[in-house]
Design a protein around this ligand. Structure first.
Ligand code: HEM
Length: 384
């Protein structure tokens, strides 16, 4: 396990020569995940990150805004919600939109349900025995793959050039002029949709929890968001420039990423003997780059277990804040996550009041840290 930010940076920055990503076999199998390595990794990475660059996100703000409003509008008829169910719906449909330009539908709801089982079996003993989580995850994974296959076939028949990841994957050629096969595209979408909603959904739950537990900060966030709302026409979607008027909420986002550690580490395998400042990494060994270690260290963050967005008024020391990883696999979704979070908080605090129902059930650390039970809320609309 890495123990300093410098070691972590060294491992993560390494080109594909010395270290490679090394996820558990169960994840690889349920995601049907052929590793994205070497030139193939760089090629796919370029495609998936393009629609998540700020210039593309800016153009899609109205669409993201409408998806957040769609999810939260459904709360009107329900006095209680499980936050995690709602944030999964939101994050998944945004990932589905940027990858395949698809709106919510019966198929998307079914895929989301299937992904819940995939996620449940993603980190488990990889024995395909009926009755195990892994067995169910594999079955649901096959159902998602079939749906994705249909999406690709439909798109090929449509012959329309959408501005999305699916289109870019279909048009991408390698150096020898070969296109990706339908199965390769399907498997990339499978992993992308998983990466695109799983951590984001849990992260949004933590935001709600921390804000609820810190009423003074929530009050200030409400004031900030109320000002943004007052500057808009009724039901006018938020624009890119509105996000710049949310400095406090942005710090809430940063602090939640630090404290919750929804992606606490990156696993790597050593491909050749390497030494870094007296630390020897023998070939064949596994390395965990453990972000949680510095995010919760007294050495880098005063009172590290306290939820204190104001600490981000001063930028953190280099390499000590890496919620999205670092180096060649730095999360390409880091900007869209912030956009989703700011839209979600804006619409949440300006439309609803809520309280957490029942006692605090603590944190579930498997497969990644999350509030146990998904955080049940009693919600009521504060504006018509
Ligand atoms: C709070 C939300 C998120 C967190 C904390 C997070 C964190 C991370 C981290 C730490 C990695 C690096 C993994 C490694 O080093 O092996 C990663 C990779 C990745 N993330 Fe995210 N992520 C989030 C949301 C998203 C979203 C919204 C998307 C897409 C819509 C996304 C797509 C990806 C992809 C495709 C990779 C693989 C990159 C590569 O291998 O080059 N992530 N994420």
């Amino acid at each position: 396990m890495t123990s300093t930010p410098e070691e972590a940076k060294f491992v993560l920055a390494s080109r594909h020569k010395s270290f490679q990503a090394c996820y558990p076999p169960s994840i690889k199998r349920v995601l049907n995940h052929p590793s994205w390595e070497g030139d193939f990794h760089l090629r796919i990475r370029k495609i998936v990150q393009t629609p998540m660059l700020p210039e593309s996100l800016r153009l899609n703000m109205a669409k993201f805004d409408s998806l957040v409003r769609w999810v939260l509008a459904s709360w009107d008829k329900r006095p209680y919600i499980i936050t995690h169910d709602e944030t999964r719906k939101l994050a998944f449909h945004i990932a589905l939109y940027i990858s395949c330009t698809l709106p919510p539908s019966h198929d998307s709801a079914k895929m989301l349900e299937d992904y819940a089982h995939v996620s449940n079996g993603a980190v488990s003993l990889p024995f395909d025995i009926p009755g195990t989580r892994f067995h169910v995850a594999l079955k649901r994974s096959r159902e998602i793959l079939a749906t994705l296959n249909n999406i690709i076939l439909r798109r090929r028949m449509e012959k329309v050039a959408y501005d999305d990841i699916l289109n870019s994957l279909m048009e991408s050629k390698d150096e020898s002029g070969n296109y990706l096969s339908n199965n390769e595209i399907r498997d990339i979408l499978m992993t992308f949709l998983f990466a695109g909603h799983e951590t984001t959904a849990v992260f949004l739950v933590w935001i709600v929890k921390y804000l609820t537990e810190n009423p003074d900060i929530l009050e200030q966030v409400k004031i900030e968001q109320g000002m943004v709302k007052m500057s808009k026409e009724e039901n006018e979607p938020l624009s890119w420039s509105d996000l710049k008027n949310m400095p406090l909420t942005s710090r809430v986002v940063q602090e939640t990423l630090r404290l919750s550690n929804v992606a606490p580490f990156s696993p790597r395998e050593v491909l050749e003997d390497v030494e870094y400042k007296g630390v020897y990494f023998p070939k064949g060994w596994k390395v965990q780059v453990y972000y949680r270690h510095f995010h919760l260290s007294q050495e880098y963050y005063k009172d590290p277990y306290k939820f204190d967005p104001s600490r981000f008024e001063v930028p953190p020391k280099p390499s000590t804040y890496t919620p999205f990883g670092n180096g060649i696999r730095l999360c390409p979704g880091s900007e869209i996550v912030k956009v989703e979070a700011l839209l979600f908080v804006h619409i949440l605090v300006t439309t609803y009041s809520w309280k957490i129902v029942g006692p605090d059930r603590g944190t579930q650390y498997w497969p990644t840290p999350r509030p146990k039970g998904g955080l049940q809320l009693e919600v009521s609309r504060i504006i018509k």
